[in-house]
Ligand binder design. Sequence first.
Ligand code: CMP
Length: 142
Amino acid sequence: MPGVERTLSIVKPDGVEKNVIGDVIRRFEGSGLDVVALKMLRLSPEEAGRFYYVHRERPFYRDLAGYMSSGPVVVMVLEGEGAINRVREIMGATDPAKAAPGTIRADHAESIERNIVHGSDSSGSADFEIPFFFPEVGIFSR
Ligand code: CMP
């Protein structure tokens, strides 16, 4: 049992553009997760590159940094039992063509890159991604 975890989620520029910020948060809250930190911001290409540094050798890295800095995003920390995998299940597979019916990406995403939402893929990623955006004093556990 993973116990109570924190995970970072991002409503990406395409999600903000499509007005699905509320739908994404509703799905997370509806599954019993708490939103314990939240803000809207626009990443620079350099910041987006640092956030996705683990993908620096991948062929899509430059495009990904460009897309993630193309408009505002909403970043949030979610907390609850097994939060990391729960968020991944609610999002669906990275490629929306492979995402299970009823998941965020199956319902809203256009492509593997423009896939509406991000969620930490492991506790190690969450430990890097959460402080990337939020200091501990900016996280409000309940
Ligand atoms: P995310 O969960 O934010 O993690 C890395 C992101 O890279 C992923 O969602 C996609 O937006 C993007 N990505 C992953 N694989 C590919 C790919 N094969 N082609 C283009 N973008 C990708």
